[in-house]
Design a binder for this molecule. Structure first.
Ligand SMILES: [Zn+2]
Length: 431
């Protein structure tokens, strides 16, 4: 007998362009998808999805989830002053309690808006991992190595100690897994990159980085290395193992070809790139070059939301506007970025991002009855261009319902907000 049966659904399986199943049932057993079809096999629990669209949960491929504590704190700054004058000083003060509360608030927002899996780069990740475990999301966690100054000692870096702890505790296979991370070309140097890369080789971990986010980064890397940031990382072998790179706003054609050849995924973060005035990534060109492009929100201090539906529509629109071609990045391609491609970027292909027998049951149900959703000619287009994160009725990870019709099953949102306001806001304001 199945554990759960979702019946009468309009299903977007993300297994092929234009594929939609109507009046379909999805059966779940032991956290995996076991049945897709017309029938109604017996199940312990039945969810009626009549009028709803069921699709794979979204993958947020680049987040700094606990930065929710700084939501709205540093708006309208350029990246360099935003980072060095506003964000880094606060981050130096943040406590584990504040970060844990911020992470819980961010995860509540993500499950409310249909994200089931995320790749997170931040501090105190062993504590965050415990919160992820309790809340039930899927996550790749890393603490990025920054090596600023001549007195930097790799072994003493908190990020290094935490990464080592995460790799040993969680490995690189489960619902929660460790990534390794170099923050960016401009915040570290090749001898440090090589140390991080040693872990990636030893454990088979994904390396999560920031890449070509600003024009200044692109130009300064060329002055420093005689190479673009991508070419510099490649020169030192970083792309020999699976790499997930956020942004790619200033990638040149040769960089895109390099990333495609080396299997590097880009986490496109259009809202953050626009808000920080970094520019707009040429996603249509990346896709043409064969780069695996995913979607990310970046942190809530540069967004200010973790609602991936915003990124989804904006990504599709920007690709068209930038290329003056309305056929660029059609709806299905955009939705792939938020699901299938995101899973691949996380090293989770075959595990999540698709509704097919054998995949983990990471699903969302979208209420398709609101005025802004009707009528529906093509559910895939409706999800990309009409749906909002607030239309998500149900979010399920590993077969477990985390959110249903306004009710958070695994996280106390009021408590998380109170904790953010008590433990984090005074630190952000340096009171
Ligand atoms: Zn980032």
């Amino acid at each position: 007998m199945l554990d759960t049966l979702i019946k009468n659904a309009t299903v977007i399986p993300m297994t092929g362009e234009g594929e939609v199943y109507y009046g379909c049932s999805v059966g779940i057993k032991d956290g995996a998808i076991e049945f897709i079809g017309d029938g109604h096999p017996e199940a312990s629990e039945v969810i009626d999805a009549r009028g709803d669209i069921v699709m794979p949960g979204l993958v947020n491929a680049h987040a700094h989830t606990a930065m929710c504590v700084m939501r709205g704190y540093a708006d309208d700054y350029a990246l360099q002053s935003w980072l060095y004058d506003k964000v880094f000083p606060v981050e130096a003060r943040l406590t584990e309690r504040a970060i844990d509360a911020g992470a819980r608030l961010g995860m509540a927002e993500m499950i409310r808006t249909g994200t089931t899996s995320f790749s997170d780069m931040y501090f105190c990740q062993p504590a965050v991992a415990k919160a992820v475990d309790k809340i039930g999301m899927r996550a790749n966690l890393c603490n990025a190595v920054l090596a600023l100054g001549d007195d930097y000692v790799f072994e003493k870096d908190r990020a290094v100690i935490e990464t080592d702890e995460l790799l040993k505790e969680y490995g690189v296979k489960g619902r929660i897994r460790a990534d390794v991370s170099i923050h960016a070309e401009y915040t570290s140097r090749p001898e440090i990159w090589k140390r991080v890369h040693e872990w990636a080789k030893e454990y088979g971990a994904v390396t999560h980085i920031h890449l070509s986010e600003t024009k200044r980064e692109q130009e300064e890397a060329k002055a420093r290395h005689g190479l673009s940031p991508a070419a510099a990382f490649d020169k030192y072998g970083i792309f020999d193992t699976k790499t997930l790179a956020a942004h790619g706003v200033w990638l040149e054609k040769s960089d895109m070809e390099l990333l495609a050849k080396r299997g590097v995924s880009i986490a496109h973060c259009p809202v953050s790139n626009l808000k920080l005035g970094s520019g707009t990534a040429d996603v249509a060109a990346m896709v043409r070059a064969g780069v695996n492009v995913c979607l990310g929100t970046d942190g809530a201090c540069s967004n200010n939301s973790l609602d991936l539906f915003e990124e989804l529509k904006l990504a599709a629109l920007l690709a068209k506007g930038r290329s003056l071609d309305p056929t660029a990045l059609p709806a299905y391609e955009a939705l792939k970025m938020a699901t299938v491609n995101g899973a691949k970027g996380q090293g989770r292909e075959g595990e999540t991002g698709v509704i097919e027998e054998g995949y983990r049951a990471d699903l969302i149900m979208i209420d398709a009855s609101s005025p802004h959703m009707r009528p529906i000619y093509d559910p895939i287009s409706s999800v990309v261009y009409s749906a909002r994160g607030s239309d998500v009725r149900m979010t399920m990870v590993d077969g477990k319902v985390l959110y249903l019709d306004g009710e958070y099953k695994t996280v106390d949102v009021k408590e998380a907000i109170r904790e953010v306001e008590e433990a984090a806001v005074p630190i952000v304001l340096n009171e």
